[in-house]
Write a protein that binds this ligand. Structure first.
Ligand SMILES: Cc1cc2nc3c(=O)[nH]c(=O)nc-3n(C[C@H](O)[C@H](O)[C@H](O)COP(=O)(O)OP(=O)(O)OC[C@H]3O[C@@H](n4cnc5c(N)ncnc54)[C@H](O)[C@@H]3O)c2cc1C
Length: 416
């Protein structure tokens, strides 16, 4: 069933009796060509592009909980492609281009809103770094725009420009950045994949791998063993735990990241604003809530909730840059488990086990990567070769000394 304005009109006039579930609820088959472990954004996008771009439809997505229950439904919905390094920027720009056509592609309203993203800067050195990054973005075909403090005063008068510690001296815009309704992304990709024959199997946890003579032949699950020619891990914050079942130790640590939303307010923030120096970022949802967050909780954890010191830290960051936020009441907060890689950049790669693939290490930036990650992972699984824009996202890059150290902070996951 295609969704359209005409369909809404017809259903509205006929008692809304014709709507069908957005995807089927099939029983797992005993064998598939490809099994994707993890029904988050990346797993579902991979299944969608495998079916649509490569014609591989005998695919199952195995999800231990429910679609959208992981980070894809817990993030702060920001999309952008404002990276510096050649190992990252072309990939994120491909992803942003895919966002721009996503709703037509999957026939689902994901509320893609290119309302802009602004990185604030506070020193001359930071200005140099941001302008360099803006030029790198141009080279990859992305958009970037430098704004002076005076321009920002006119556009965003509520910011604290004269903050004693971090006076705002300008900023770097990416006007094509913005937000997307996160759980609609999971639902849209699920619908897109399902409509091409992919089985999306919820409440099906992978508990082990069937590996014979260095070849992965299938998985063990809470709903029985399932054979597959290819098995693709895509479990974000659970990467370390799932890979351990295949005897792998990853260059990844799991940490909690919290997010917050205020009561609904009249429109005040036009786009996304980031305050890197104090680690605070904020946007306003279509319902009016201020959606904001900051740093990860600085200890390893698999819990989907965080602790109070980071709540205080985020509140301080907000008050430092945008004192009006002190007048808003907090509605709720939550946490998600981040798969923090050592250099802050992701992996889309095969493993040393034949037929077993790995996608993860997205840290707290994997939502914007969802379409690009699915596109490139599907390319790797289908063709056996890395997609040109994901070639550096290899698991052995630390061994080879080829880190993608976007922030120049070295191999320290808690700093990314
Ligand atoms: C608070 C917060 C804010 C964020 N903000 C942003 C942002 O603004 N912009 C941005 O780009 N990124 C952001 N991120 C990061 C982004 O959400 C993640 O990097 C991205 O969603 C991870 O990919 P995913 O959607 O596939 O993960 P998930 O949705 O977590 O999918 C992984 C799935 O694997 C399943 N799974 C785990 N183990 C098994 C198993 N054994 N068997 C079967 N299934 C299993 C899980 O249940 C889960 O559903 C944020 C994250 C958080 C938590």
């Amino acid at each position: 069933m295609r969704y359209s304005a005409l369909r809404i009109l017809k259903e509205g006039l006929t008692g809304n009796k014709g709507w069908k579930p957005a995807w089927r609820d099939p029983e797992p088959k005993s064998e598939y060509d490809v099994i994707i472990i993890g029904g988050g954004g990346h797993g579902l996008a991979t299944a969608h592009y495998l079916a649509k771009e490569h014609g591989i439809t005998n695919v199952a997505v195995l999800e231990k909980g429910w679609i959208g229950g992981g980070n894809v439904g817990r993030n702060t919905t920001i999309i952008r492609s404002n990276y510096l390094l050649p190992g990252n920027e072309p990939f994120y720009e491909l992803s942003l281009k895919l966002w721009e056509g996503l709703e037509q592609d999957v026939n689902y309203n994901a509320m893609v809103s290119q309302r802009s993203i602004l990185n604030l800067l506070h020193s001359d050195a930071q200005r140099d770094a941001f302008i360099r990054r803006g030029n790198a973005m141009f080279l990859a075909g992305a958009d970037a725009e430098y704004a002076t403090a005076d321009q920002l005063r006119a556009e965003l008068p509520f910011l604290d420009f004269d903050n004693a510690r971090f006076p705002i001296k300008g900023g770097l815009f990416q006007r094509r950045g913005g937000t997307v309704r996160h759980d609609a992304v999971a639902w849209g990709y699920a619908r897109g994949a399902d409509s091409r024959g992919v089985d999306i199997i919820q409440n099906c946890e992978v508990t082990g791998f069937d590996i014979e003579n260095g070849v992965c032949r299938g998985v063990q699950t809470t709903r029985g063993p399932i054979k597959a020619k290819k098995v693709a891990m895509c479990v974000a914050g659970s990467s370390g735990r799932v890979a351990a079942q295949a005897g792998m130790r990853l260059p990844i640590e799991s940490h909690v990241l919290q997010a917050f939303v205020s009561e609904g307010l009249k429109p005040v923030i036009p786009g996304v604003i980031t305050f890197g120096a104090g680690h605070f970022y904020v946007s306003q949802s279509d319902k009016g809530g201020l959606v904001f967050g900051g740093d990860i909780d600085g200890y390893n954890s698999y819990a989907q909730r965080g602790n109070l010191p980071v709540v205080e830290d985020v509140a301080e960051g907000g008050m430092a840059i945008m004192p009006i936020i002190g007048r808003a009441r907090l509605l709720r907060s939550w946490g998600g488990v981040m798969d923090m890689s050592m250099d802050g950049s992701p992996f889309i790669d095969r493993t040393h086990i034949d037929g077993l693939y790995f996608n993860g290490g997205w840290c707290y930036g994997g939502f914007k990567a969802t379409p690009g990650s699915g596109w490139c992972y599907a390319h790797l699984i289908a063709t056996g070769n890395s997609h040109p824009v994901a070639q550096e996202m290899r698991l052995d890059r630390f061994k080879r000394g080829h880190m993608i150290d976007e922030k120049g902070q070295g191999n320290q996951p808690n700093l990314h």
